[in-house]
Design a protein around this ligand. Structure first.
Ligand code: M6R
Length: 614
């Protein structure tokens, strides 16, 4: 979703802002723009398409030098992605420039009000309305910070707003509600960004802003207030990853790099989870054990890939804790009047910690009296900040729009949660928990084994590059893996892909099977006879109808080998942990197939990394 950058300091604001926008490209966008304060005026440029288009405009028609600027990459909501709708938007008099992330829900009535006042809108955006409202305030004598405060009081919806006033050089003001914004603290310079990637090359000191807060930065100061103008608390934190984490490191795609970082990401997420007596510790869980013992039900919410991580979690958590566990799309949750309360633990899974659907769902759950535990990869983001407890995944920044290491570490964090609850509720003996923990410790190496054997999957992707459709099947914990495999392919290769529970095949999907359809099947480990053998039967049914079967199974699985056109061998792991190894070839397949088709793997069309509007 939209990326926002703000800067005040001695450097060229244009350069800092454009570089920051480049680091935010991964969020997804379709136009970009900058505005600077120079010589008592606003100088701005904006252009549809990629940042390179804006840079060409700036090269052809340079803006004056300035140390105060704002910039934006827009992911279109209100109005088509074109030059006019691109941000920044200027007020009627041209004195104020504004960039915005989010949706102003009452923009239609505000727009009518301005039109009655004689203001003509030039764009189709909700943002332009806010620019004019701000302009009206400052033209009437208000200071830009007061103007923003007043205008925020009139807005409904979600927004991060960042503004400059031509008559207030050296100042950038910003406000946030339900949409992300962080402050970067430099030495004699300060920054604003949708996330820390915007300024990570300049500083690793950041400030998280709370809900309904405003900030004003100058080169030497930053001031946080609430919407009433009262000083507000803000937490300064150190960003624990550096610029190299946000670079491709010789890989052609961030996604490919992130797939290969998975062993390290898993190892880092496992670090420090043992107390001296061998028991499992989750320091970030701030809910007392006594309260966790009274939990009668768990509801896991998330969107997209995070939702599939939750589906894997259900199998493990119910098995280990015997606590009934439901998994629900965060985007559906609060609209169906769900039955949750103090004895329900709501687990919200989100890589970014900013997904609007998930954020709204946790607020709803908290209003109903539930405790919320977040599983999140982004320190300081809104969801963990508002949750009652958090388990951080330590995957490092995930830049590729398609989630990979985010998913694997979410699944791992869910296992840790399940084992921790089993320990607290005594539903498993200590040695049983220790045995699973010991197996989890082996997973980074096992994922590495899968990565080392990737050539077979790369060849397969080249072979199937022209296939219009692919089917993915799995049972038990392999079912969400099938769904994730299909999602990755849709996102990156733009081809039809479906994931089904293998047992559902005969209830409908089998009708689409013919000799042209490749079918990936995730086969459970051989130890669980029933699960395994039933899946082998499903593969035979597929083969009988002429489809090509690509089977992901333990490398020495002789029972399934005769029915596999292609066998992708997986390391031996227990059934519940198999998603950690079985997902990886499917990630590689999607990444490679999209590459062969010539698609932009890191920024697939229409997608945004962090979906900050509902
Ligand atoms: O940041 P989140 O984990 O909350 O994001 C949830 C989904 O938007 C995300 O997983 C999306 O489905 C990815 N593009 C999947 O690759």
């Amino acid at each position: 979703m939209c990326g926002i950058v703000g800067y005040v300091g001695p450097q060229s604001a244009q350069n800092v802002v454009v570089d920051g926008l480049r680091r935010l490209e991964y969020r997804g966008y379709d136009s970009a723009g900058v505005a600077l304060v120079a010589d008592g005026k606003i100088a701005s440029a904006k252009k549809e398409g990629k940042l390179a288009n804006l840079e060409a405009v700036l090269a052809a028609d340079p803006l004056p030098t300035s140390g105060t600027g704002i910039g934006h990459t827009r992911w279109a909501t209100h109005g088509a992605p074109n030059d006019v709708n691109a941000h920044p938007h200027l007020s009627d008099s041209g004195r104020v420039a504004l960039v915005h992330n989010g949706i102003i829900e009452n923009f239609a009535s505000l727009r009518s009000e301005l039109e009655v006042d004689g203001i003509t809108m030039t764009s189709e955006t909700d943002t332009e309305v806010v620019a004019h409202l701000l302009g009206r305030e400052v033209d009437n004598g208000a200071d830009i910070a007061d103007a923003l405060r007043t205008v925020c009081g009139r807005l409904e919806g979600a927004f991060t707003l960042v503004a400059v006033d031509a008559q207030a050089p050296g100042r950038v003001v910003a406000a946030r509600r339900n949409s992300p914004l962080v402050v970067g603290l430099g030495d004699g310079e300060n920054f604003l960004g949708s996330d820390v990637a915007a300024f990570i090359e300049h500083t690793r000191q950041a400030v998280e802003l709370g809900q309904d807060q405003m900030v004003e930065i100058t080169a030497d100061s930053w001031t946080v207030t609430d919407f009433a103008g009262q000083p507000a608390e803000a937490t300064v934190y150190h960003v624990d990853w550096d610029l190299s984490a946000a670079q491709k490191d010789g890989f052609d795609w961030f996604m490919r790099k992130e797939i290969h970082e998975q062993p390290r990401a898993l190892a880092d997420t496992l670090l420090g989870r043992h107390a001296e007596d061998g028991s499992l510790t989750l320091d970030e869980i701030r809910i007392p054990a006594s309260e966790l013992r009274s939990i009668q039900r768990i509801v896991i919410i998330g969107c997209g890939t995070a939702h599939y991580a939750g589906m894997v979690a259900k199998y493990a958590i119910e098995h280990w804790t015997r606590i009934p566990c439901e998994v629900e799309l965060a985007s559906e949750f609060r609209y169906r009047d769900p039955i949750v309360g103090p004895q329900t633990l709501v687990v919200a899974i989100s890589q970014s910690g900013e997904t609007a659907d998930t954020l709204m769902a946790i607020r709803y759950a908290q209003e109903q009296g539930s405790k919320v535990l977040a599983i999140c990869n982004t320190n300081g983001s809104t969801i963990p900040r508002e949750a009652d407890a958090v388990i951080y995944t330590h995957a490092g920044p995930e830049i590729g729009v398609a989630s990979t290491k985010g998913f694997l570490t979410q699944v791992l964090a869910c296992y840790l949660l399940g084992l921790y609850l089993a320990q607290v509720k005594n539903t498993k003996f200590g040695d049983e928990i220790a045995a699973v923990m010991a197996e989890l410790q082996t997973m980074p190496d096992k994922v590495q084994e899968v990565l080392d054997a990737q050539q077979q999957v790369l060849d397969l992707a080249a072979e199937f590059a022209d296939n219009p459709s692919v089917l993915f099947l799995g049972r038990h914990a392999g079912y969400p893996v099938a769904l994730e495999g299909a999602l990755k392919l849709k996102e990156l290769a733009y081809i039809h892909a479906e994931g089904f529970a293998a047992g559902e095949l005969k209830h409908g999907p089998i009708a689409v099977i013919d000799q042209d359809l490749p079918v990936f099947v995730v086969v459970p480990p051989q130890g669980r006879d029933m699960l395994h053998d039933k899946t082998v039967s499903n593969i035979q049914e597929i083969r009988a109808r002429g489809a090509k079967t690509i089977v992901l199974a333990e490398a020495d699985d002789d029972k399934v080998a005769p029915y596999a056109d292609v066998m992708i061998g997986l390391p031996k792991v227990s059934t519940l942990l198999q998603p950690l190894v079985a997902t990886v070839p499917l990630q590689i397949f999607a990444c490679e197939l999209a590459t062969v088709k010539g698609h932009d793997v890191d920024q697939p069309r229409n997608l945004a990394k962090s979906v900050t509007v509902e």
